[in-house]
Design a protein around this ligand. Sequence first.
Ligand SMILES: NC(=O)c1ccc[n+]([C@@H]2O[C@H](COP(=O)([O-])OP(=O)(O)OC[C@H]3O[C@@H](n4cnc5c(N)ncnc54)[C@H](OP(=O)(O)O)[C@@H]3O)[C@@H](O)[C@H]2O)c1
Length: 260
Amino acid sequence: MKSDGIVDWEREAPQWPALLGAARGPGPAVAPADDVLWRVYGPLLRSNVTQASFVIGQMGQSLDGRIATAGGQSHYINGPAAILHLHRLRALVDAVVIGVGTAIADDPQLTVRHVTGPQPARVVIDPKGRLPASARVLEPDGARRIVIGTGAAPAVAGVEHMRLSPAGDGLAPADIIGALRSAGLNRILIEGGGQTVSRFLEAGALDRLHVMVSSMVIGSGPVGLSFGGIKDLKDAVRPRVVTYALPGGDTLFDCALEKE
Ligand SMILES: NC(=O)c1ccc[n+]([C@@H]2O[C@H](COP(=O)([O-])OP(=O)(O)OC[C@H]3O[C@@H](n4cnc5c(N)ncnc54)[C@H](OP(=O)(O)O)[C@@H]3O)[C@@H](O)[C@H]2O)c1
């Protein structure tokens, strides 16, 4: 594991317009080799995204792996620099995906507000139709809104519905990615919560995983990444990891999972 410092993490980073341009432009992103922000975000900008999707998961957690207290409080485990980072990820992708558990628990907007940039499509995985029509992700603001389920379409005007068949104990991450690709959404952020990101990780469906670790121990409460146990450590997921120290005490674990 390598460590690297964040040298330029401020809100109006001078590299940001070029990073945004690379995300929207047709050509390959030519990254300055010595620039920290290009090292963090450059992998999302690979040029062949029209031939294959790029899927990044993210998880913000405490030192002991918790994403909330036992009572459900999750704001704010990570600090302002981590929130800025999350908004940068949103601005660089085509679609932000959450599980219905997060939509119900947090009622997030999933919009880009802390940086300049386009609004990604907002996607909720909701196999049982539990998402309330009043959820903020469904509010009409010009961004695409998509619900992925197994039954009837939600009764909200303008919301796209993708119906998938269950595979095993849920929807296969590969099917979800395939459905989003067929809708023209190739760069995908799996933003949470724990179950949703874990399903993608376990299925080998993530190219990248950003784990943001705060300098606190919560001691109890839901953990972020969790899936079926392995018997032997040789079967553990072993990404190539670079860490970045953020102002405020959070540490970003940038985990590369795609094949070299
Ligand atoms: N720290 C962070 O970075 C972060 C980010 C986001 C959320 N959160 C926190 O995470 C918590 C919620 O997380 P969570 O793990 O309970 O819920 P979640 O991952 O948001 O949603 C899980 C639910 O989504 C559906 N789902 C997702 N993927 C599926 C698949 N492949 N196949 C079938 N169903 C799928 C299922 O719904 P059904 O049960 O209806 O079948 C499942 O129970 C909240 O406390 C929230 O604050 C933390």
